[in-house]
Design a protein around this ligand. Structure first.
Ligand SMILES: [Fe+2]
Length: 161
């Protein structure tokens, strides 16, 4: 890796791997969430994640690079953590709270990755690519926001009980 261009390519491949892994993992989150609103948040984000992967394919196509070939070890770890949490015995409320926490870790990781990729794209003069990646970043922020609301609602319900 010698240039910022190389680093940018690495970031894009890392994100591509992260999104691909998340497409495999989100259905398990949907299946395991017992709260219908939380299920819906995961389902909606699964559809968005498929779009994110497509956008990265388009970006890589424009740059004439292959998006495949790297494994995002960080996402692999986050998903492993979520999977082992799912396997543990716990009550519904704790389960949903934990799923929200795991999903927010994933979103924050992606937010950081896209933020970096957008900065590099701008620095390298790829204005259109930067704005395409920004669309994804906004959706990641949106998903995180919904998860925050879910976590707060849970707390509010607790206060009423
Ligand atoms: Fe995404």
């Amino acid at each position: 890796m010698k240039t910022l261009e190389d680093l940018f390519e690495h970031q894009l491949k890392d994100l591509y791997s992260a999104e691909s892994q998340l497409i495999e993992a989100l259905p398990k989150m949907v299946k395991n969430a017992s709260d219908s609103k939380l299920k819906k948040v995961f389902e909606d984000h699964l559809e968005e994640t498929k779009k994110h992967k497509k956008r990265l394919e388009q970006v890589c196509d424009e740059l004439k690079i292959d998006p495949k070939g790297e494994t995002c070890k960080a996402m692999e770890g986050l998903i492993k953590e979520a999977e082992s949490f799912i396997k543990e015995k716990k009550d519904d409320d704790v389960n949903n709270a934990g799923l929200i926490a795991e999903a927010q870790r994933v979103e924050h990781y992606e937010i950081s990755g896209y933020g970096t990729a957008i900065r590099y794209a701008k620095e390298l003069g790829h204005k259109d690519i930067a704005s395409k990646l920004k669309e994804t970043l906004d959706e990641e922020y949106g998903a995180d926001d919904k998860l925050n609301k879910m976590a707060e609602q849970r707390l509010n319900r607790k206060a009423i009980d």
